[in-house]
Design a protein around this ligand. Sequence first.
Ligand code: UDP
Length: 199
Amino acid sequence: MDSVKILGVPFSTMTLPDTVKLIQDKLAVERSSSRPFHLITANPEIVMAAMQQPELRQIVEAADLITPDGIGVVLAAKWQGAHIPERVTGYDMLIRLLEGASSRGFSLYVVGADEETNAKAAAIIKDKYPGVDIVGRHNGYFKGEQEAALVADIERKQPDLLIVALGAPNAEKWIYKHKSRLKAKVAFGVGGSLDVIAG
Ligand code: UDP
């Protein structure tokens, strides 16, 4: 896959529709890997933080696809004479995937945001996108045993898609930390998307 390196981070040069198509294909195939395809929609803050934090750098390097989440990334590519066609944000990816579920359904696990927001967003998704089968959900304020139970539940439910709204880069760190047990085909952080969906 073509990429443009910005401060060492390899950004995908795919458009939003092409990225959606790639992820739809990942969601549709038989589960072949024991760990999820980890998509990171990275904004300039993540790029800067990855330069300073070796732990985050490692997470970014291990990602399967990094998309430009912010006009700053698109412009940075331009300044170095390269071309990134457009922003590909977590919110846009999520909405397009949900919309596409009418013809290509998939199962979904929703992690993150406060309990009320999480429940409301899950109910709205269920209502608005019948092709999406929500197999589990959990708010983003958990610790200790609750976290262990959540990871075990995701492992058991094996969703096609796992979305994590814990804020960036916490979502990315969380997916990376539990990668070997998150039996989803695809996982990505969605920032404040659940708040937007819940309204
Ligand atoms: N969030 C969460 N648990 C936390 C911290 C944040 O579930 O420990 C949720 C928060 O409720 C919100 C989402 O993460 O729904 C995104 O938070 P924020 O807007 O701070 O993140 P950013 O937009 O900077 O990625």
